[in-house]
Design a protein around this ligand. Structure first.
Ligand code: URA
Length: 294
């Protein structure tokens, strides 16, 4: 991993998991980065105030442990930009947050090209929350997450669980569609900086909803929440935790559109059944048999 990239993930880790409101790099840490960053050392030091301390207020100093091979190992608490939420009910709080997000220009390049901010949809009292990556073209057009092909499959997955879309909450790491070069179609993965910038909105949504369990759809969703903890193939099927809430990583529905075998569908289904069990939902014999070879 590039030095800057590793450093950015480390700072994100500090913000997400340890509650630091500001992260300053000590001279020793910068020296360590110089050692591993060689050519990148200048830009590391130069970019710290503008990029890494975005939204920071005040906090202890924590020097990252830096391995000889260039990985920055998270060891210390992190900083957290908190969005103040107002409103008496969860619905009001989410509406307030949604309004704030709808005027967001923290990523000017995304704000300039979006049709809608895609904040989130569903039940403010949801027990289960799905987290995806970012809006695609159709989501950008309609202002609602997961309404394209992948979204239709997600809706089927939710129905298979015995739920309606309106009973769960669905949101993305990024609230704006990642911009594509003019004239080109398709989607791109959000950058780490875009995810870092947008994450406070999702964190506030989670804090308001307080779901009993969350499902991260795909590796980017996991990375957006937790940093670079590993690939989705290895992570899926085992509960992680985000802010004390059980988090089940599973494949993104668009993966299942590309790999539509019953074997892959069954993996996702088993992940969803684990979540159902975790929130004490009944699972029928019929449901237990979905996607098993006959
Ligand atoms: N993929 C996502 O991750 N989110 C959406 O909202 C749509 C597609």
């Amino acid at each position: 991993m590039e030095t800057l990239e590793a450093l950015r993930h480390y700072v994100r880790f500090l913000r997400e998991h340890e509650g630091l409101r500001e992260v300053r790099l000590s001279p020793a840490a910068l020296h360590g980065l110089e050692l591993i960053g060689a050519g990148a050392s200048r830009s590391v030091a130069g970019s710290v105030p503008g990029t890494l301390l975005r939204g920071a207020t005040s906090a202890p100093v924590a020097a990252p442990r830096v391995s000889g091979k260039g990985a920055v190992i998270p060891t210390a608490p992190r900083f957290e930009e908190t969005i103040t939420v107002s409103g008496a009910t969860k619905a009001e709080q989410l509406a307030h947050l949604g309004e704030r997000a709808s005027g967001c220009v923290k990523c000017p390049h995304l704000a300039a090209r979006r049709t809608h901010v895609v904040f989130g949809v569903g039940n403010p009292e949801a027990r289960i929350m799905f987290v995806g990556e970012a809006p695609g073209e159709e989501e950008d057009q309609q202002g609602e997450p997961f309404v394209g092909r992948a979204g239709q499959l997600l809706t089927k997955m939710i129905t298979a669980m015995g739920l309606d879309r309106s009973e769960v909450y669905i949101a993305n790491i990024l609230k704006c569609r990642p911009d594509m070069p003019l004239g080109s179609s398709g989607n791109r993965k959000p950058t780490g900086e875009e995810m870092d910038t947008c994450l406070p909105y999702l964190r506030a949504q989670i804090d308001v909803i307080q779901p009993q369990a969350m499902i991260a759809l795909g590796g980017t969703a996991v990375e957006g929440l937790l940093g670079p903890v590993g690939g989705i193939t290895k992570l899926r099927g085992k509960f992680l935790e985000y802010r004390g809430i059980p988090l089940m990583p599973t494949f993104h529905p668009s993966y299942l559109l590309r790999n539509a075998s019953n074997t892959e569908k069954r993996k996702v289904w088993e992940d969803l059944m684990q979540v159902m069990e975790r929130v004490n939902m009944p699972i029928s014999e019929k449901q237990r048999g979905f996607f098993l070879a006959k």
